[in-house]
Design a protein around this ligand. Sequence first.
Ligand code: 6PG
Length: 244
Amino acid sequence: MTGRKYAVPRPVKSYTWQTGSPSATKPITIALSGGSTPRGLHALLANEPAIRDRLPWPNLHFFWGDERHVPPDHPQSNYRMACETLFSSAPVPGENIHRVCGEESDAALAAEKYEQELRAFFDLEAGQLPRFDCILLGMGPDGHTASLFPGTKALHESKRLVVANWVEKFKAWRITLTIPVLNHSDLVVFMVSGAEKAETLKKVLQGDHQPDRFPAQFIRPGPGRLLWIVDKAAASCLTDYIQS
Ligand code: 6PG
């Protein structure tokens, strides 16, 4: 730890939730995605009264599918993006935000710490996986998801929950949930937008199974637990799909 203090944005509002029904106390666990595509969803959840006021914010616990190896106030921080687009205007209790300590000088230690946080929060026994209620993922034009990039070591991690993954093209470490954790989620939602991803999305959804080349293909949580939300531009190369 460098000991430097970071101006970590904090939620500002408290919110009284209509308790009563037993399920109102069960934590609902959501892993957020990084990148730019989730910004729109965050803004909707935080600022659209018809949605915001119906969400059980005190029960929602926020984690991340991956994080860049940067401090929380860094422009590339996925945590910072979520603070600016979601937590700054949604009534999320501070203790419900479980961020990755991207400021750790050693990325492997940041991953280890996050794994310990997951093990504690989900009360896991050795060998058990956390079951998130929902994991949000994006996809890059190269077919990567979370920080699982083509040809990287983390693609074949089968024991750890969280790892530091070296990404040669960025000459940088990333901290990412591993594929077993992503596939153990109750629901995985991919949000993919932009024409620059259309060719790859075609290969990922309708091409041969080559997950080392297109890591998004590793994500197979099981029947009824995978949803792709894609915009028209990203879907432009797909054939016969249900358009809503
Ligand atoms: C990250 C993400 C990453 C992202 C894709 C898509 O930290 O960058 O978790 O997997 O989802 O790169 O990013 P865009 O939405 O910006 O295209």
